[in-house]
Design a protein around this ligand. Structure first.
Ligand SMILES: [Zn+2]
Length: 164
């Protein structure tokens, strides 16, 4: 139990190290990415939530991966339009559904909406919470519970914030 907690803490703290979105010239030679909607079953419900808020279907691969360097999610795009969104396998296995959903929303925010990071804060009932799912490091368990209870507010920020 202690070890699990430590691992989760470690992942949370390192989740924001470095960028998690990249664009490369050309197309994905590995064939992993593409321009067709292929979603791993563990992530399907979260992707559908994103699509229903967006009002469009995504057109790329979303998968559970072993992501190095402590990142919990990643979005990679190529100049021909190929895209790949990934969420780390250990994070999916050890995190709460709200935490996993936040990371899926974050990576689709990069890959589908072209959004960058936003580390602003929002004061709610005297608490300082992340302003956006696009924060550069993953939400804690507690923050993700507010993401769940204030879901419509976070979706409004993600899809309707001016200056996208
Ligand atoms: Zn990011």
């Amino acid at each position: 139990m202690l070890r699990t907690y430590f691992l989760m803490l470690l992942l949370t703290l390192t989740a924001g190290c470095g960028r998690d979105y990249y664009t490369y010239d050309g197309f994905d030679v590995t064939g992993e990415a593409g321009q067709t909607r292929i979603v791993d079953v563990e992530l399907e419900a979260y992707v559908q939530k994103f699509e229903s808020e967006w009002g469009q279907r995504i057109s790329f691969r979303v998968k559970v991966s072993d992501i190095p360097e402590g990142k919990v999610g990643m979005c990679t795009t190529w100049t021909n339009g190929d895209k790949l969104a990934e969420v780390d396998r250990v994070y999916v296995d050890l995190s709460t559904p709200n935490q996993v959903e936040q990371v899926v929303m974050h990576e689709l925010g990069h890959c589908a909406l072209g959004r960058g990071h936003d580390n602003g804060t929002w004061t709610f009932s005297g608490l300082i919470l992340p302003d956006s799912v696009m924060r550069s490091y993953a939400f804690t368990v507690s923050e993700s519970n507010y993401y769940g209870s204030e879901h419509s507010r976070y979706m409004d920020e993600l899809f309707h914030r001016n200056g996208l």
